[in-house]
Design a protein around this ligand. Structure first.
Ligand code: ARG
Length: 274
């Protein structure tokens, strides 16, 4: 059923973010990261602050986790956990360079307010690879989270999990190739998925907004929607137009500095579902 555009409604969200105090590109664990290319913490900070302020202006509640020295990728809070129905599954990172982030998230969530907090047993990069549509959990694999983490997520949350396989190394996390827009409405770049997963997506989401390669390549799908406002990288102009046609309100972000590490809007944001 199509929702008439004027009915698109934003709902207040709670997000967890991490200030890029120690942001840098000192190693390479995805094709975007080139340690030889200089980064600027100042620029990263002001771009990140714009994102934080934008969420607050939209009426969302932004909470912060303290950055840890020596963990330059910790700004990508989406990877820290998956939170659905007040239950928290903290990440288990694939690469050693990020493994210590899990302890910081276990500590933060351990302060209370959640019905259950546990670290994943299998490699699981949180909302980088697991996206909740409001009904089911879409789960990515191929580069980071391992297939058996999908079963673990299904058992832990008691929600249906749909496994999707990523095949293009530029789109190594599910949230670089697909975003949830509203109630069971999504947008994605088909070329990032295996033919089988493309068929699954086409069948389950026949009305999805499809991104072309140009918009995907500027990380246009690394976006965050509150049901009406969609914050996405500013360079994804075609996608913004398509969203407007569907009655969404796109807001262009410039996070070019953080993109040097292979992350943008969604990567910086973990949704807390209480
Ligand atoms: N440099 C980080 C990594 O490769 C970027 C993580 C981006 N986060 C995301 N949710 N896609 O792990």
């Amino acid at each position: 059923m199509k929702v008439p555009h004027e009915q698109r409604m934003a709902s207040p969200r709670q997000y967890l973010m991490c200030r890029p105090t120690y942001f840098d590109v000192t190693y390479s664990i995805n094709p975007w990261m080139d340690p030889a290319r200089p980064t600027s913490i100042q620029t990263g900070l002001s771009q990140w602050k714009w994102l934080c302020d934008t969420f607050a202006d939209l009426g969302h509640d932004v909470r912060l986790i303290e950055p840890v020295p020596g963990l330059p990728d910790m700004v990508f809070a989406a990877n820290g956990a998956l939170v659905v129905d007040r239950k928290v599954l903290v990440a288990r990172f694939r690469h050693t360079q990020r493994r210590d982030e899990s302890a910081a998230y276990l500590e933060w969530f351990g302060r209370g307010g959640w019905s259950e907090v546990r670290q994943a047993e299998y490699v699981n990069e949180g909302e980088g690879d697991f996206l909740f549509t409001g009904r089911e959990i879409l789960a990515g694999t191929g580069f980071r989270s391992e297939p058996r983490s999908h079963d673990e997520v299904r058992e832990f949350f008691g929600r249906p999990v749909i496994s999707l396989t990523l095949v293009d190394p530029r789109f190594y996390h599910l949230d670089t190739a697909l975003a949830v827009l509203g109630d069971a409405e999504i947008m994605y770049y088909p070329g990032a998925f295996s033919p089988q997963s493309q068929a699954v997506l086409a069948e389950r989401f026949p009305d999805a907004v499809l991104a072309d390669e140009a918009d995907a390549a500027v990380f246009g799908l690394n976006a965050l929607s509150d049901g009406r406002n969609v914050v996405l990288p500013r360079a994804a102009v075609g996608l913004a137009e398509r969203l407007r046609e569907r009655g969404y309100h796109p807001l262009g972000a410039d996070l070019a500095e953080l993109l040097k590490a292979g992350g943008s809007v969604k990567c910086c944001t973990l949704e807390l579902r209480e």
